[in-house]
Design a protein around this ligand. Structure first.
Ligand code: DGL
Length: 272
């Protein structure tokens, strides 16, 4: 079956582009529509109820565009809103936490896994619960890294300041004998070289977002809603609630594309 409808991606800002990058590679026939709520980023320090509310607002915007699947490309939103949104939508809804969990359990040899994420994700215990739910003997060390998202959103992720902040923040993880570290925030893959440098090459870094695309691919086949090459007529669409210029600068660089068109939109306060 051919399906011309798009897959929707939502995040608090540019972080979900790390998932889109992988989707462009693994699923080039699909049309993608992305919305980043940059104006209200970061979500990490916000109360759970507010993150749920904002996530609904983004979801409803994309539902208006007739998406065939929704990817919550944000760990903070997945942790608090996935179950509710999944229960209410008729289309498949995918979060980033379970795919990251599965990949980490597959990669670890010593059962010592670290999780880094926003304050909201770490406070929710979503990764720890998922890891221990599947493999109770796993040692899990979790750390909130609230300074990472602002570095990425301000396009400073290559700077020497970024290097210093990453090194100082990850310091407490260095003595934990971890062999696997989950990048439990979709913004963090942009800091990956700095994180790998601090943790050492022997530590497996798990990009939850990238792992999620394998699940998306599997679900497209399972529901028989994958697109075929000759039907990808319309371009991908990118929306932000913040500065289109800043979003575009980061997106062009990260996605390694000539130019993408980004439109600034306003979200209606509305709960599904
Ligand atoms: N990219 C998001 C995540 O995966 C959230 C970042 C934020 O807004 O704090 O958690």
């Amino acid at each position: 079956m051919n399906n011309h409808e798009a897959i929707g991606f939502i995040d608090s800002g540019v972080g979900g582009l790390t998932v889109v990058k992988e989707a462009l590679r693994q699923l080039p026939n699909e049309r993608l529509i992305y919305l980043g709520d940059t104006a209200r980023c970061p979500y990490g320090p916000r109360p759970a109820e507010q993150v749920v509310q904002f996530t609904w607002e983004m979801t409803n915007f994309l539902l208006e565009k007739n998406i065939k699947m929704l990817v919550i490309a944000c760990n903070t939103a997945t942790a608090v809103a996935l179950e509710e949104i999944k229960a209410q939508l008729k289309i498949p809804v995918v979060g980033v936490i379970l795919p990251g969990t599965r990949a980490a359990l597959k990669a670890t040899k010593n059962n010592r896994i670290g999780v880094i994420g926003t304050a909201g994700t770490i406070k929710s215990n979503a990764y720890e619960d998922a890891l221990k739910g599947k493999a109770p003997n796993t040692f899990v060390s979790s750390l909130a890294c609230p300074k990472f998202v602002p570095i990425v959103e301000s396009n400073e992720y290559h700077s020497s300041v970024a290097k210093k902040i990453v090194s100082e923040t990850l310091n407490p993880l260095q003595l934990k004998k971890l062999d696997t570290l989950i990048l439990g925030c979709t913004h963090y893959p942009l800091l990956r070289p700095l994180i790998q440098n601090v943790m050492g090459n022997e530590v497996n870094l798990i990009d939850s977002g990238a792992e999620t695309v394998s699940e998306v691919s599997m679900l497209l086949d399972y529901f028989d809603i994958a697109n075929s090459p000759q039907h990808k007529n319309e371009p991908n669409e990118f929306y932000t609630t913040g500065s289109a210029k800043m979003f575009q600068a980061i997106a062009n660089n990260w996605l390694d594309m000539e130019t993408i068109t980004v439109e600034q939109i306003r979200l209606a306060s509305f709960k599904g």
